[in-house]
Design a protein around this ligand. Structure first.
Ligand SMILES: [Zn+2]
Length: 224
C-alpha cells in the first residue's frame, strides 16, 4: 500500500510543527500533530521524542486508526492513542493538535472550563473549552477516551494537569483553534487580575458562529 502514502502530507506535518515552534505554541519535543487523509483513512502523525526543528518528512509516521503502522522511519507520537481515539469518534475531524501551552495549561492545573471571552474564540470554538473531569496518565488509551468524552462536538478541550487538544476539519483550522484557545486563556487570566471577566450572552455567540460559518465556510468553524 506504499503507493497510497503521500509525501506532501508528511511535509504538512513537518511544516505545521515548525509553525508551532515559531508561534511559541510548543517547546522542544512537547506536543504532537496529526492529520487524516480522508481518501485512504490513514493518519499522518509526528514522531515520538523528536525536536520539531529536526523532524524530516521521512520521520512522520503513517498509521491506521487502529495504530497499525503503514510507513515512517520513527516511532509514532506517544499520544498516538489519543489521536486515534479522536479520529474514531469524530468522523468530521481531519486534524488533531495537542500542545502544552502555558495559559491553557493553567486551566488544566485548576481543572477549570475555559469560557469564551474573545470574539475569535467565540467564533471558531464556541461558548467554552471544557476541562476533562478525570485525570488520566499521558500516552494511555484512557486519556484518549477521556478527551473524546469531554470534547463531544466541540473542537477544543483542556486536559487536566497536562495541556490542550484542538481539532478541526483540516490542519490549518486545528492550528487556528489551538492558537485562539491559548489566546483566550491568556486574556481570561489577565482579565481576572483586573476585574471580573464578562462573558458573552449565548445569543451573541450563536450570531458570531453563524457569521463565521457564512464568512469562512462551514468547514472552518466549530460545531457549537
Ligand atoms: Zn502531552
Amino acid at each position: 500500500m506504499e503507493h497510497a502514502v503521500r509525501d506532501e502530507l508528511k511535509q504538512t506535518i513537518q511544516q505545521t510543527g515548525l509553525q508551532m515552534v515559531h508561534d511559541g505554541m510548543t517547546v522542544g519535543t512537547w506536543g504532537n500533530i496529526s492529520l487524516r487523509d480522508f481518501e485512504t483513512g490513514y493518519i499522518y502523525i509526528s514522531p515520538s521524542g523528536m525536536d520539531y526543528t529536526s523532524i524530516q518528512p521521512q520521520h512522520v509516521v503513517v498509521m491506521t486508526t487502529d495504530i497499525e503502522i503503514i510507513d515512517g522511519e520513527a516511532e509514532p507520537s506517544v499520544e498516538r492513542h489519543m489521536h486515534a481515539e479522536v479520529y474514531k469518534a469524530r468522523t468530521d475531524v481531519g486534524a488533531v493538535i495537542h500542545t502544552h501551552p502555558i495559559y491553557s495549561s493553567v486551566f488544566g492545573a485548576v481543572w477549570m472550563d475555559l469560557p469564551a471571552v474573545s470574539e475569535d474564540f467565540a467564533q471558531i470554538v464556541g461558548s467554552q473549552a471544557r476541562c476533562c473531569p478525570n485525570y488520566q496518565l499521558p500516552g494511555t488509551a484512557e486519556l484518549g477516551r477521556e478527551a473524546v468524552a469531554t470534547l463531544g462536538a466541540y473542537n477544543a478541550v483542556i486536559l487536566p494537569n497536562h495541556g490542550a487538544l484542538a481539532v478541526g476539519p483540516d490542519i490549518r483550522t486545528a492550528l487556528k483553534v489551538s492558537q485562539v484557545l491559548e489566546k483566550n486563556a491568556q486574556i481570561y487570566l489577565l482579565a481576572k487580575l483586573l476585574g471580573t471577566p464578562r462573558l458573552f450572552e449565548q445569543k451573541d455567540i450563536d450570531t458570531m458562529q453563524q457569521f463565521a460559518r457564512q464568512h469562512y465556510g462551514k468547514k472552518n468553524v466549530g460545531l457549537i
